[in-house]
Design a protein around this ligand. Structure first.
Ligand SMILES: Cc1ncc(COP(=O)(O)O)c(C=O)c1O
Length: 413
């Protein structure tokens, strides 16, 4: 339990780690992976102590980054953190599109501004911090791409040896970025679940720390800060609906956990947003489970037919947790085609000047479809998560050419 020290912040408020299924408790005396029953572990804090130790006003004196919520993070002191400048990400209005659709307000939380250009920085910053705390020097991660960039960058920052396994068709810019950070990155002729198997089976011989989604308890803590930040940015209130592109679902589960913790420390009330898990029609295991009224994903999605890399997860390990949040929040799960996501990306980029990534575009496309079908109301205040910079994904080619040695026909430009 904590020994709260408000002045220095040199305190961990972690009470224990809890198996998300059996509720068995584990203590933060060493690095843990899954629970003994094989389920994700969730970090539980002494929230009464947090409540006594920090108030909203304290945040005003802190830097505008994710570490401002340090009492709700697992490290002991701010001096332990591995950081690269994780600025608070802006909430950007889409006034023109809101107007055209006749809706109250669309806000985009633009996570593309974080180190390595995606929200994966949040999770990896905390996971690598904790790996360092526990003396790990070698880390490994299976990834659709962005988590690999973040692991490579934070691994380099922490002086660790980093191994990354990613599908061979991961965008070139991301694969090269991972390699350029000094990680040993391999393009695998399979999907992220095959990459995960390679990491799992290599653990004994390589002695690496496995940073797979939800197989260690700390990435979710970092991702949780999206929810903490959102609440603070909205004046300690929450929107009516949140759209989140869901692959492994860490952010989705993490934000819900954040809202519970904020309520327990008295910073928000009991009102919650409806949480919408957005996937692709080419890989929608959570959507199928939701439509079937199931609590889990029955079988891995096959065949996977989407080029939207972040949501190419045939059977997320956190399936039960994702679906629980969906049901508890009175939200839902919805799939959109790659084609509609592509049109949505162009619409927001060209009309609002905000370059969404394909995963963020799924959210805008889903929102438009749900508005039309009446699943959300025009009066709803909606937050769409743009989980990465659009610059990390391929764009249509620029084909116009001019010969500077010939007269220019300006009227034909
Ligand atoms: C850009 C992007 N969006 C969304 C996701 C899915 O995130 P999560 O695992 O939190 O569901 C990923 C995961 O790779 C991603 O890279």
């Amino acid at each position: 339990m904590s020994t709260g020290n408000r002045s220095t912040g040199e305190t961990s408020f972690v009470a224990y780690l809890e198996c998300s299924e059996t509720k068995e408790r584990f203590y933060q005396d060493r690095m843990h992976g899954l629970s003994s029953a094989g389920h994700p572990l969730l970090v539980r804090y002494d929230l009464d102590a947090v409540r006594a130790a920090v108030c909203k006003e304290d945040l005003e004196r802190r830097r505008p980054d994710m570490w401002r919520y340090r009492e709700l993070l697992p490290m002991r002191g701010i001096d332990q953190i591995v950081e690269l400048g994780e600025a608070m990400t802006p909430l950007i209005r889409l006034p023109r599109l809101s107007n055209r659709l006749g809706v109250a307000e669309i806000l985009v939380k633009d996570e593309g501004r974080l180190p390595t250009g995606s929200f994966k920085a949040r999770g990896m910053a905390v996971a690598v911090t904790m790996a360092k705390v526990f003396g790990k020097t070698r880390i490994a991660v299976p990834t659709a791409g962005n988590a690999g960039s973040a692991a490579a960058a934070y691994g380099a920052r922490a002086g660790m040896e980093t191994y990354v396994f990613t599908p061979a068709d991961t965008p070139e810019v991301t694969a090269r970025e991972i390699a350029y950070h000094g990680a040993r990155v391999y393009g695998v002729n399979g999907l992220v679940n095959q990459c995960a198997r390679i990491v799992r089976e290599g653990t004994e011989i390589m002695g690496w720390h496995d940073l797979s989604t939800l197989e260690e308890p700390y990435r979710i803590e970092g991702k949780k800060t999206m929810g903490l930040e959102l609440a603070e940015q909205l004046g300690w209130s929450l929107p009516d609906v949140i759209y989140y592109p869901t692959g492994g679902g860490t952010g989705f589960i993490g934000m819900w956990k954040a809202f519970d913790e904020l309520e327990a420390i008295g910073w928000i009330g009991s009102r919650r947003p409806r949480m919408v898990a957005v996937q692709s029609t080419g890989c929608g295991p959570i959507v199928k489970a939701y439509q079937d009224g199931r609590k889990d994903v029955e079988a891995p999605w096959k065949p996977v037919e989407t080029q939207i890399h972040g949501v190419r997860v045939p059977k997320p390990i956190g399936d039960r947790l994702i679906l629980k949040v969906t049901y508890e929040s009175s939200g839902f799960a919805v799939a959109v085609s790659d084609e509609d996501a592509g049109k949505a990306r162009a619409e927001v980029t060209m009309e609002e000047g905000l370059h969404l990534c394909p995963e963020g575009s799924l959210c805008y496309a889903a929102y438009k479809a749900n508005l039309e079908s009446g699943q959300v109301s025009p009066k709803d205040r909606v937050v769409l998560f743009n989980t990465a910079s659009g610059l990390k994904s391929p764009m249509p080619p620029m084909e116009r050419r001019l010969d500077c040695n010939k007269p220019i026909d300006y009227t034909a430009l």
